[in-house]
Design a protein around this ligand. Sequence first.
Ligand SMILES: *Cc1c(COP(=O)(O)O)cnc(C)c1O
Length: 320
Amino acid sequence: MRAAMVKADVGDDVYGEDPTINQLEEFSADLLGMEGALFCPSGTQSNLLALLYHCERGEEYIVGQKAHTYQYEGGGAAALGSIHPQPLTFESDGTLDLEKVAAVIKPDDFHFPPTRLLCLENTHRGQALSLDYLYAAQQFVSEKNLKLHLDGARIFNASVELNIHAKKIAKHFDSVSFCLSKGLGAPVGSILCGSKNLITHARRWRKTLGGGMRQAGIIAAAGLYALQNNIERLSEDHKNAQLLAKGLNEIEQLTIDPKSVQTNMVFVDAHKIDCQELTSFLKSNGVLIQGSGLLRLVTHLDIREKDITTAVKAFKAYFN
Ligand SMILES: *Cc1c(COP(=O)(O)O)cnc(C)c1O
């Protein structure tokens, strides 16, 4: 990846003249089977650009209560887009119940913000949404005259887990955002995919938000490398997550619901233990974790199978 960055051809992307960014955008649109793609500095910005396209000032999007696009993006939709959020609690499988969604769509009455968009997340807490659900959601929004956005930060974890092409997920949506960073291993960047119109609109607002970059082909090369080399290997992360879950479940004081471990995340119920003490013990044994209560452990391309063994050993040593 570093070598690809060194070799990258660059130009000024503000003028659309960076060949590596153009290549990354074309590759991404193709990969998801969508008309266009836009390279963004972060997923937060890429999601916001989608929201700004689908919703005008004073309009509403329906979103999971614990969705990244609602809870973890600094309230950008409201603060910068004057877009009203309607959060709903996620079901345990990471879906939003469409009957519950229907119940919060606002009637055409000037007391209410007009509902325009439903926003889903895939994977959510490491869980992949089924194609049946995505199909149902697509039918639903078309009946209700809404648009459908996917925060697909980890869309490739979902496609690898379901053993399907990412296009089969993306085709249900009007727009999809995914991360090049995190599990795919690029240092920076996210991609927004959608129609040509959406991308033109998003390109303008990306500039407004300060996301217009110049010789950014250097970082786009890392993203391109990630898409070309690091998608299939996500299955190793999923396998490692299974190993980790299995190892930790042997510890009496910890509980993991094996059904919840589908991709690269392991949620450990650690409500009954002193996580601060655990964290410092693990740290002195070379394993870094953070959090308390429900611990989220994530496998990724810098974690090998032998590291899982090391981690499980350190956990066991603590509880012994
Ligand atoms: C990381 C992440 C994003 C994007 O976050 P940035 O840190 O802004 O790139 C979006 N959605 C989900 C679910 C994420 O985990």
